[in-house]
Each structure stands twice: as structure tokens, then as C-alpha cells.
Design a protein around this ligand. Structure first.
Ligand SMILES: C[S@@+](CC[C@H](N)C(=O)[O-])C[C@H]1O[C@@H](n2cnc3c(N)ncnc32)[C@H](O)[C@@H]1O
Length: 226
């Protein structure tokens, strides 16, 4: 499936300063509980299980999960990456005490080659904002991310999936977001997420809560040739 620059832009355009001010209460409070039926504590627990002291987060929003999950990590190296410069400005202000490396980058493109590698990568609620289908477009991000992950590094996050159970409220809101291009979930299915993760990583875990797949996986150790 071909995706256009306009579709890529639509996936990040809504996150203005005003939207970010209400994001935690509307998305992480109301929507997660009532629309996607995946209360935020499930997503936070995934961060707390998997974040390391050498972490890259992509599609960072307000930085809600970083602020909370890093509280118990001493002296972390933290990098944040997003296509939307307003998001990066907002999030870096929230977590400035970690002196984050900041990358303004579209994750559908390969990452700059001069980035030092990480031990964990978070992509929470990013895949459903990317245009196209999980199988043919979005899975390319795993190629890009593998290049900046150390052997044994963890990749984790969560995403809405179209083939998980939906009530009428879920269908109505997901349909509206899909039409506006804020989400592109129509061609995102659980078997595609499973096969993309298994193709690139080991120790793949996917938990299903409401309409959300919560996942983690490990970058394989490099094969050493003798
Ligand atoms: C739904 S928000 C998720 C925010 C946060 N991770 C959370 O779970 O609360 C999606 C984020 O992905 C970013 N984003 C969307 N498309 C992107 C792309 N192509 N490359 C990088 N970031 C993108 C948006 O700007 C936004 O910050």
C-alpha cells in the first residue's frame, strides 16, 4: 500500500499545545477506560516492566509514561523522537531533568546513523497513528529500530487493533479518527503484529486488553562468526 506525505502528516497533526494540555485526562483517562477499554495502568505497567536506563521513546505525546516509569531509574540516558516539533518541545519541558536527546524524525524513515544504541525502545500508541497497513507499511519501523538497539534490548508498547472486540462507542470513535487520518487502524490486525514482531525479535509477548495489543520483544543477540 502506498502512503502519502499528507497521510503521514495527518497522523501527528492533531497534537498541538492545546491538545497536549488535555491529552492526559482525555486520552489516558477517558478514552483508555471507556473507548478502548484498556485502562492506562496496563500501559504504565508495560513501561515499568521494560524500560531501561538507556532508553529511546518514539511518539512521545506528553511524556506521561516516561515521567512515571523513569522515577525509579537512576541517572538514565533518555532520547525522545517524534515527527511533531510541538510534542518534542512539550515533552522535553516535562522531563528536562533527564536532559533528553531530542530527535525530530519520521519513524517511517531510517534513523540517522550516528545515534548511539539503546537497551530499550518504547513505541506506545504509535503504530495506530502511522498510515497504511501493519503488514506492509508500519512493520518497516522495526527494521529502522533494530539498527539502534543493542543485542538483548527490549522493544515495547501498545497499539489499537481492528480485529479485537469493539463496542459501539469504540466503533464510532475509531471510525471518526480513521476518517480524519488521526488513526489508521483499518488494516491493523493481531496476526500481522504477531508475525512482524516474530520476524524481527525473540521473546515476543502480546497481551490483549479491550481493543489494545500490549507487546514486548527482545532484539536477538548478534551471531558471532568464527
Ligand atoms: C497517540 S500519541 C502517543 C503518545 C504517547 N506515546 C502515549 O502513549 O501517551 C502518538 C504520538 O506519535 C507521534 N507520531 C505520529 N506519527 C509519527 C511519525 N510518523 N513519526 C514519529 N512520530 C509520530 C505523534 O506526534 C504523537 O506524539
Amino acid at each position: 500500500m502506498t502512503v502519502t506525505q499528507a497521510q503521514v502528516a495527518a497522523g501527528q497533526a492533531i497534537y498541538s499545545k492545546n491538545v497536549l494540555r488535555i491529552y492526559n485526562s482525555f486520552v489516558l483517562g477517558f478514552s483508555n477506560q471507556f473507548l478502548w477499554r484498556c485502562p492506562t495502568h496496563h500501559l504504565l505497567a508495560n513501561y515499568q516492566r521494560n524500560i531501561s536506563a538507556n532508553h529511546l521513546d518514539i511518539g512521545v505525546g506528553t511524556g506521561y509514561f516516561l515521567e512515571r516509569a523513569l522515577a525509579k531509574v537512576s541517572n538514565p540516558r533518555l532520547a525522545i523522537m517524534d515527527l511533531n516539533p510541538t510534542v518534542l518541545e512539550y515533552c522535553s519541558a516535562k522531563i528536562r531533568h533527564y536532559h533528553p536527546e531530542v530527535y525530530n524524525h519520521n519513524i517511517l524513515e531510517p534513523l540517522p546513523s550516528n545515534i548511539k544504541k539503546f537497551d530499550s525502545v518504547g513505541i506506545n500508541y504509535l503504530l495506530h497513528c502511522l498510515p497504511g497497513s501493519l503488514a506492509s507499511n508500519k512493520a518497516s519501523i522495526f527494521d529502522h529500530l533494530k539498527a539502534v538497539m543493542n543485542p538483548g534490548a527490549t522493544i515495547f508498547g501498545s497499539t489499537l487493533l481492528n480485529d479485537l472486540p469493539k463496542n459501539w462507542l469504540t466503533k464510532t470513535w475509531m471510525g471518526a479518527y480513521n476518517r480524519k487520518g488521526i488513526f489508521s487502524v483499518l488494516d491493523d490486525h493481531l496476526p500481522d503484529l504477531e508475525s512482524a514482531l516474530h520476524r524481527h525479535f525473540t521473546n515476543v509477548k502480546i497481551d490483549l486488553v479491550g481493543s489494545v495489543g500490549i507487546f514486548s520483544a527482545i532484539q536477538p543477540a548478534q551471531v558471532t562468526r568464527v
